[in-house]
Design a binder for this molecule. Structure first.
Ligand code: NA7
Length: 511
């Protein structure tokens, strides 16, 4: 990315107080290196990974390394919370206000939001939440000064990626850990070896080839869906493929599997039963086993984000770990001493961990008072559904771009790969504006409407929409149910974006 162009943008970093975010016990990326890595040679030629799936501290060190090699410190105001960004029609500029140690204001010609897809935590509004006498921590806002939970009675609500990671660690220290599960997580073994110097050397030697391969696959991963019909294959052949994917660990059991698994309920059921067959023997108690890995899948396999685990299922074999099935006995209220479920039981707790996720994908943008040319806040514009063009721009918000957000591959892709594509596209667009002496770019309302229809048409294919997931806004009460991501894969997405730029930025108006 050209830094000379970036100087004219206001950068809203993914996390403003990045050290404070997502530092809950066990936090780890669920995509292995080198896939989870930037591609510029200066970023990887001098970098060694300690683990295949780096933990949070290693990731913080990596991003500090990136900031250093790209000399970004002087371009970023850290610990600065952006509160508003308004388009000033008369000046054709963005006016941005922010809160740091004191109020800040900025003016810029362009605005690029890098607010990420998991920036606004979601807290279920339980009655009596304030009455709880113990401490409450949402996983995303875990205190930096590590909380000592040794010998505490800990409750965890939520068994998504954050819940799975935290539960594995908290089970090791808690006097009693009570896990409140609504939907079982079809988690897959992570297989996370440490990487030595020689393995790092090999990663570097192969980096360019690996990245080339990533650019061709559905999600920007090193593996891709296999063409073929699961149910037509002889059992032995299918099993051999499944075993190979399973032993490789990570998301390849989903993203390297037969593609019909995501479209055909029968194929999907075969994959689910294979997962269940692998998982059940790890859980000793039959009742817990049926709650964690039920006979009937809670949703088609893989249609909610699959998490990666190390010893998640064995954690429930520990005598100090209790599992509450919220589908049988939902939470009724919080009380001073803990949580009451509908069966009348009060689960006494010292600490409650809310692993309840995010107002995902759109929340990072809608929580900012962001107003375009007409003065309408983006939260109002998106009240009944999200509208973007190419998942990077919004009509009526001139000279504003965003990456890794709604209606783009985002959570359906390897982050660094899709973000690099979007950043390059945006930089090329800025060059086009500057070299042609243009003042503003604005997506047309028609282009936005057509693009939304396309995104939703894709989202309606296959089995994904059958799950109540944050991919469709279903985890936040009142949020419109619609496809929030571009689900046809990175290559198709790239083609649509490049098609617009090649045709003199079809779908945009310039002034
Ligand atoms: P997720 O994946 O959204 O998980 C949130 C969990 O919290 C999930 O198990 C939810 O159950 C549960 N939840 C949410 N609200 C409630 C209520 N009201 N009662 C009970 N349980 C509830 O968030 P994560 O932080 O784990 O992961 C987010 C992504 O960030 C992750 O996939 C990575 O890509 C990075 P539900 O499934 O809705 O029944």
């Amino acid at each position: 990315m050209s830094l000379s162009l970036m100087h004219r943008l206001v950068l809203i970093p993914l996390t403003t107080q990045y050290r404070y975010w997502n530092c809950y016990p066990g936090a780890r990326v669920d995509l292995e290196v080198p896939q989870y890595q930037f591609s510029a040679a200066e970023t990887w030629s001098q970098w060694d990974w300690k683990q295949r799936y780096p933990g949070r501290d290693e990731l913080v060190a990596y991003f500090e390394h990136i900031t250093k090699v790209w000399s970004l410190h002087s371009d970023i105001d850290f610990n600065t919370k952006v509160e508003s960004a308004h388009w000033d029609k008369d000046m054709s500029q963005w006016r941005v206000t922010a809160q740091a140690t004191q109020p800040q204001s900025y003016r810029s010609r362009f605005l690029c939001l890098c607010t990420g897809f998991a920036a606004k935590p979601f807290m279920p509004p339980y009655p009596g939440l304030d009455s709880f006498k113990g401490t409450i921590h949402h996983t995303s806002h875990w205190p930096q000064e590590k909380v000592d939970l040794t010998n505490k009675r800990i409750g965890v609500i939520g068994t998504g990626a954050s819940g799975v990671q935290a539960i594995q660690e908290l089970g090791k220290v808690a006097a009693r850990l009570t896990v409140f599960q609504r939907t079982p997580n079809n988690a897959i073994p992570i297989r996370n070896p440490t990487l030595d110097e020689k393995q790092n050397q090999t990663l570097r030697e192969n980096f360019v080839e690996s990245r080339k391969q990533q650019l061709t696959t559905f999600g920007g991963f090193l593996y891709d869906f296999v063409q073929g019909k699961t149910t037509d294959l002889p059992d032995a052949e299918r099993l051999a493929v499944y075993e190979k994917l399973w032993s490789g660990g990570g998301l390849q059991f989903q993203l390297g599997n037969y593609i019909d698994m995501m479209f055909d309920p029968a194929a999907n059921a075969v994959a689910y039963q294979f997962w269940r067959g692998k998982t059940l023997p790890r859980i000793k108690d039959a009742k817990k086993a049926e709650i964690l890995a039920p006979r009937n899948p809670p949703h088609p396999f893989g249609t909610k984000r699959i998490s990666l685990e190390l010893d998640y299922f064995e954690t429930f074999n520990q005598p100090n770990v209790e599992l509450v099935n919220l589908l049988e006995a939902p939470i009724v209220q919080m009380m001073p001493e803990g949580i009451q479920t509908s069966d009348g039981v009060v689960h006494e707790l010292d600490t409650l961990v809310m692993a309840t996720g995010f107002d995902a994908i759109t929340g990072g943008m809608t929580q900012i008072d962001l107003r375009g040319a007409s003065g309408q806040p983006i939260s109002e514009k998106w009240q009944n559904g999200v509208y973007t063009y190419l998942g990077m721009t919004v009509h009526d918000f001139p000279n504003m771009f965003f990456v890794y957000g709604p209606q783009a591959p985002t959570a359906f892709s390897a982050g660094p790969v899709s973000v690099e594509f979007q950043a390059d596209w945006i930089v090329d667009c800025l060059k086009h504006i500057v070299t042609n002496n243009l003042t503003t770019i604005n997506a047309t309302a028609e282009a936005e409407i057509d693009y939304k229809a396309h995104v939703n048409e894709i989202g309606g294919r296959g089995l994904f929409h059958q799950a109540k997931s944050w991919y469709f806004g279903a985890n936040v009460p009142g949020k419109p149910r619609e496809a929030l991501l571009y689900m046809a894969g990175l290559p198709a997405y790239k083609e649509i974006c490049l098609d617009s730029s090649r045709q003199a930025y079809r779908g945009f108006e310039f002034k």
